[in-house]
Design a protein around this ligand. Sequence first.
Ligand SMILES: *Cc1c(COP(=O)(O)O)cnc(C)c1O
Length: 413
Amino acid sequence: MSIPAHIIELDKNDALSELRAEFLLHEGLIYMDGNSLGPVSKGAKRRVQETLEQQWQQDLIKSWNAHNWIDLPRIVGDKIAPIIGAKAGQVICTDSISVNLFKLLSAALAMQPSRRIIVSEQTNFPTDLYMAEGLAQQLGKSRCELKTVAKADIGKALTEDVAALMLTHVDFRTGEMLDMQAITQQAHDKGILVIWDLAHSAGAVPLALDLHNVDFAVGCGYKYLNGGPGSPAFIYVAERHLEQFNQPLSGWMGHAKPFDFAASYKPAPGIDRALCGTPPVLSLAALDGALEIFDDIEINQLRSKSQDLKVTLLEALAQHKLENESLKLITPTTPDKQGSQLSFSHPHAYAISQALIDANVIVDFRAPNIVRFGFTPLTLSFTEVYQAAEVLADILRRRTYLDGRFSERSKVT
Ligand SMILES: *Cc1c(COP(=O)(O)O)cnc(C)c1O
């Protein structure tokens, strides 16, 4: 496939192109799924090896102090803080998004004793809704009720009986990004606490949690932050709420003095109270190593390249006149409303995603009919994105996706 001169020029002028060498990705594989599972970086690999061979293997239990294992959730949290526009001391790395949402929703309800409604959006990531449902069931209807509305109706749903608004900033299906500042302000005007899920935002789009007065947030370690499979999530609690923030998963790691082994729980003074049990040290080491890359770059640079990469894909597809192919862009076309992915719907979306993967263009499928292209500017080149568009156009034109082998489904899709 010959690459047009203007695409080659874009790669030449790309200030981030050298970062690709920091990742262990094989040539020839076009990885457009860093929004689902970020690739392995050299930093992550080195930190895991060091933690295993020099710390666990050599120093065994002494490592909790000697290598600061005990402080890793906080150390890694403080590295994530600037990526999300937060001052240090408000972010800690622990558990999964699901578990952290349970902590935040519980604490937010307790902070709003005269209110009982949690508002969310009906196409939110299911686990977010499931966790709220579980809490509502546990507390009973008199104390908690989940109300889900369409995106367009969020404003109307913000009434004075609402305790907390829980939203995902970038929609995992459509890639639509919400206006965090405006919505947070709107909720605060009614006395509502706001919880943002940053799973598809952290490490991809500029965020200003402190500046926008966000109350609480959660985010993912294994997506754009490249922490690896099962990497712990992070939780953000604004400094002004830390003292009143009491979460029910009051495990010993969140205690003011875990090694006093006191009979009764007393929460740690700061963000450490968001912890529950023993930290997953190997996973935290991987995430810690993966975050090194973010030391030297501005999120604005990533955002700007991501926007250009998306334009490259759309322009290359437009050349192929695919109007009759039922492929429909479902991501908003306004750049300010886009996260770092483009999603297309198609009746054969699953088979198309399998045919793309077979041709070494790794994308993912989201039920029922979405093919999702993730744009991770740390590793992707303009040439690769152009090639991905050519492969997609070819699959559509030749109807390669009708081949039966592309319709078989595995457990994880
Ligand atoms: C990936 C993702 C999650 C994952 O939740 P875990 O509990 O960490 O598995 C949650 N919310 C959103 C919006 C996601 O995209």
